[in-house]
Write a new protein. Structure first.
Ligand code: BTN
Length: 225
């Protein structure tokens, strides 16, 4: 992995899930900060809300393990910006759907699952490169539609660099970049069945919505755009 000497990469052809493997490693006590679990395919890839993450060979399936003292609601913004910047470095212009789905032309190209175990956090990232599944809940797309020559390993290398940058930046710069990349900022979205205007982020990492005359702060929920 060239310059990415700060990370230990453990790579597999097939796993049930890089996320599950990472958590088992943490439970075994044999893990160190900045370990990356990579798989060419997964048989039980999963996402938020226990949704299946279809994981055929050709796409990126990776989990970053970081040591952490406490839960960090701001981490998902760092990760979203890191993924977006990775795509931008290859000339693909994404937007971020709160908190950390990455979209191209409104279609999902990448998702992130953040889970805590013991003194570690596991950041699972899937990026569609060669194929994109048909999903009931949203439209999807893939890197190959925009930049067919990018390999999985080039993308991973760039992602590791961006993760290194954005997981160590202060929240003001993360927030500013996130807001520049946010889909639907100052537009109407749907929150729990109601129309709301997406106004921004506060310094604790809550999304600020305006529902009628009322401002609402939300953490880790789902909005529809
Ligand atoms: C989502 O959008 O719901 C999150 C999807 C996260 C998928 C990645 S792929 C690598 C890691 N292993 C998993 O089983 N899930 C995450």
């Amino acid at each position: 992995m060239g310059a990415n000497i700060n990370y230990k990469l453990i790579s597999f052809d097939k796993l049930s899930s890089t996320q599950t493997y990472a958590q088992n490693l943490i439970r075994s006590g044999k893990v160190s900060d900045r370990t990356i679990i990579l798989a060419n395919s997964q048989t039980a890839g999963h996402g938020r809300y226990r949704r299946t993450w279809v994981s055929k060979p050709g796409n990126l399936y990776v989990s970053f393990i970081y040591e952490t003292e406490k839960r960090d609601p701001k981490l998902s913004y760092s990760v979203a910006v890191a993924i977006a910047e990775t795509l931008i470095s290859f000339g693909i212009m994404p937007t971020i759907k709160w908190p950390n789905d990455i979209l191209i032309d409104g279609k999902k190209i990448s998702g992130t699952l953040i889970e805590y175990a013991k003194d570690f956090v596991v950041v699972g990232i899937g990026i569609n490169i060669k194929s994109n599944p048909n999903v009931r809940f949203y439209e999807t797309t893939k890197v190959a539609d925009f930049a067919p020559k990018i390999s999985r390993d080039e993308l991973l290398s760039a992602l590791i660099k961006q993760m290194d940058i954005w997981t160590t930046r202060n929240f003001t710069s993360i927030k500013n970049r996130w807001l520049e990349l946010a889909a639907n900022l100052n537009k109407t979205i749907t929150y729990r069945g109601r129309d709301a205007i997406l106004c921004g982020l506060n310094d604790d990492g809550a999304l600020i919505l305006r529902c009628g005359n009322e401002y609402v702060m939300i953490y880790g929920d789902e909005i529809s755009v």
